[in-house]
Design a protein around this ligand. Structure first.
Ligand code: NAD
Length: 290
């Protein structure tokens, strides 16, 4: 396939390179990033999408997606497949899909989890929203860039799944860190806490697979001085998107709101920026009760 790929940053770069390795002809465009291995770069976004069978975007946010989509949709051929893999707000995803459909372009929103290591290894999880036809056409590409794909529903459903998942992740990480810091202060050995929780009703992905305590459980960013991984500011973005969505549909999400406030404070007023989101643990270790 001839694929136009726009947004070749930390995630998009290795995803595009994996498509090249699988034999696709990838023409990229980015306002800053260098060409990933094997990707030919276009001078303009419109050049990257002209004549493409499929266009993939991997951009920072919904506003940028909207502006890129407004530029490229008129240059894309009718029948072209448009897959947006960025994490954006549900409304932007639905609006861009509607604009694409109006131009006879098949749109799929397909945000990912798995981070930069998953992008490089081709083991991302894709959460897709769009028509059955769009999903069927996109699935072989998801199989190259990832190892698991769920068709979540119509346009925007992929983004909805992503922000709901990450709201659970953000809240769970905070309470996992709170629990370990509380256990410390109660004189309970961290390894013993892990041994109990990881096999009891308090188990979670954040404790079992991504333990925020160094030296406990499988290797995680905590074992690498909390270098991300998944940066705390990315968690601020995703928790912000879930609050934006909750406001739009009048959903009560008190713990999601509280988690957002904690991560904003951590990133903007403390030392969280540039650290993994699990660095909440050293924060709670030193924090007195307010
Ligand atoms: P990034 O900042 O490294 O990459 C984004 C790229 O988009 C940059 O290279 C930037 O130059 C480019 N860009 C910005 N505006 C552009 C424009 N108008 N035209 C062309 N290119 C433009 O970010 P990333 O880490 O690759 O994340 C991309 C998306 O993936 C985000 O929506 C993020 O939330 C999501 N995501 C990231 C991770 C992660 O671990 N990094 C995990 C899951 C999802």
């Amino acid at each position: 396939m001839k694929i136009g790929f726009i947004g070749l940053g930390n995630m998009g770069g290795p995803m595009a390179a994996n498509l090249v390795t699988a034999g696709h002809d990838v023409i990229g465009f980015d306002i800053h990033a260098a060409a990933p291995d094997g990707v030919k770069m276009a001078a303009h976004a419109t050049d990257a999408v002209t004549g493409a069978d499929c266009v993939i975007t991997m951009l920072p946010n919904g506003a940028i997606l909207r502006s890129v989509a407004a530029e490229i949709l008129p240059a894309m051929a009718a029948g072209c497949l448009f897959i947006d893999c960025s994490t954006v707000d549900v409304i932007s995803a639905r609006d861009v899909a509607a604009d694409a459909n109006a131009a006879d372009i098949v749109a799929v929103d397909a945000p990912v989890s798995g981070g930069t290591t998953g992008a490089a290894a081709g083991t991302l999880t894709f959460m897709a929203g769009g028509s059955d036809d769009g999903f069927a056409r996109a699935a072989p590409l998801f199989d190259i860039m990832g190892s698991k794909t769920v068709h979540c529903g119509d346009a925007g459903a992929g983004q909805a799944a992503k922000i709901c998942n990450n709201m659970i992740l953000g809240v769970t990480m905070i309470v996992t860190c709170e629990s370990i810091a509380l256990a410390d202060k109660l004189g309970l050995d961290r390894q013993k806490l892990f041994d109990v929780v990881s096999t009891s009703s308090g188990y979670s992905w954040t404790m079992n697979a991504y333990c925020p305590a160094p030296g406990i459980g499988p290797t995680s960013p905590a074992d690498n001085d909390y270098k991300p991984g998944f940066a705390a500011e990315m968690m601020v973005k995703d928790l912000g998107l879930s609050q934006q969505a909750a406001e739009a549909v009048n959903a009560e999400t008190p713990l999601g709101a509280a988690a957002l406030a904690e991560y904003i404070q951590f990133v903007e007023e403390e030392d969280g920026r540039g650290r993994d989101f699990s660095a909440m643990l050293p924060r709670f270790e030193t924090k007195p009760r307010t």
